[in-house]
Design a protein around this ligand. Structure first.
Ligand SMILES: NC(=O)c1ccc[n+]([C@@H]2O[C@H](COP(=O)([O-])OP(=O)(O)OC[C@H]3O[C@@H](n4cnc5c(N)ncnc54)[C@H](OP(=O)(O)O)[C@@H]3O)[C@@H](O)[C@H]2O)c1
Length: 233
């Protein structure tokens, strides 16, 4: 029997990350899911119980550099077909450059932009050559070109920074043959997206998983939404 493909999903205890874990399990993947607090990740634990031997849960807090830097040591030797860094935060409630403190901006930029790419750099050798995908949960709000509204300015800047750092990572892959994706999940009903969002989690993650399947082996850095549409940078 061929081995199941393996996905690592960072930030999988709720929202889109949890939905992605569920979707990829349904598609036959083994999944390594991370949570800041695995003991409190009840829905992940229930998912693990429903898929014996297919889902493991590891602790990881992207706000803690030592967590990121030590994470590779927690993995076994299996290669990753998908590494999906999904975790992200909305930033301070005031959302404004006029009110922001250095600490607020530092925390937002570190978790949304720097930490995902730092973690990915440390795990590059674990991503399968050829068909392996390194995906980051970006946002349409990270598009500089599509920003005609100007709202959520700090969050937008953090996702634009994520896209820029991701391009830098792609540009320095050296001889590694892997695909890198910056993904927009749509506007989705989660704690972050809010109740008025038009999309449910299932629709978004089904689309994201379809894009992953389609892009495997493309060996490019694309900015793509859950429906497969290219987004302007
Ligand atoms: N929902 C939307 O409409 C939408 C649109 C565009 C992009 N996105 C992006 O999609 C991703 C998931 O969003 P969501 O809507 O599912 O949000 P969510 O329901 O608020 O979930 C956020 C996830 O990120 C994790 N996380 C937050 N800070 C973390 C940290 N320091 N270390 C590790 N994990 C951390 C959370 O874990 P805890 O439970 O421990 O906090 C949770 O698992 C985010 O990157 C978001 O920016 C969402």
């Amino acid at each position: 029997m061929p081995e199941s493909p393996l996905a690592l999903i960072v930030g999988a205890n709720r929202g889109l990350g949890l939905g992605l874990a569920r979707e990829l399990l349904q598609r036959g993947f083994g999944v390594i899911a991370t949570a800041r607090d695995p003991d409190g990740a009840e829905e992940l634990a229930a998912l693990a119980a429903a898929h014996p031997g297919k889902l493991s849960i590891l602790p990881l807090d992207l706000a803690i550099p030592a967590d990121i830097d030590g994470f590779a040591g927690r993995l076994d030797a299996r290669m990753l077909d998908v590494l999906f860094v999904n975790a992200g935060v909305a930033g301070p409630a005031h959302r404004s450059t006029m009110e922001a403190t250095p600490e607020e901006v530092g925390a937002l930029m570190f978790v949304n932009a720097v930490a995902p790419v730092r973690l990915a750099r440390l795990l590059l050798d674990r991503v399968r050559e050829g068909s392996g995908i390194l995906a980051f949960m970006s946002s349409l709000m990270g598009s500089v070109e599509a920003n005609t509204a100007g709202n959520h300015e700090l969050y937008r800047a953090s996702k634009a920074a994520l896209n820029s750092l991701t391009r830098g990572l792609f540009a320095t892959l050296g001889g590694r043959r892997i695909t890198v994706l910056s993904m927009h999940p749509g506007w989705v009903r989660t704690d972050m997206g809010g109740a008025q969002a038009p999309l449910d989690i299932e629709t978004s993650v089904r689309g994201l998983a379809d894009v992953l399947a389609r892009e495997a082996g493309s060996l490019r850095h694309g900015f793509i939404d859950y429906a497969g549409a290219e987004i302007p940078w």
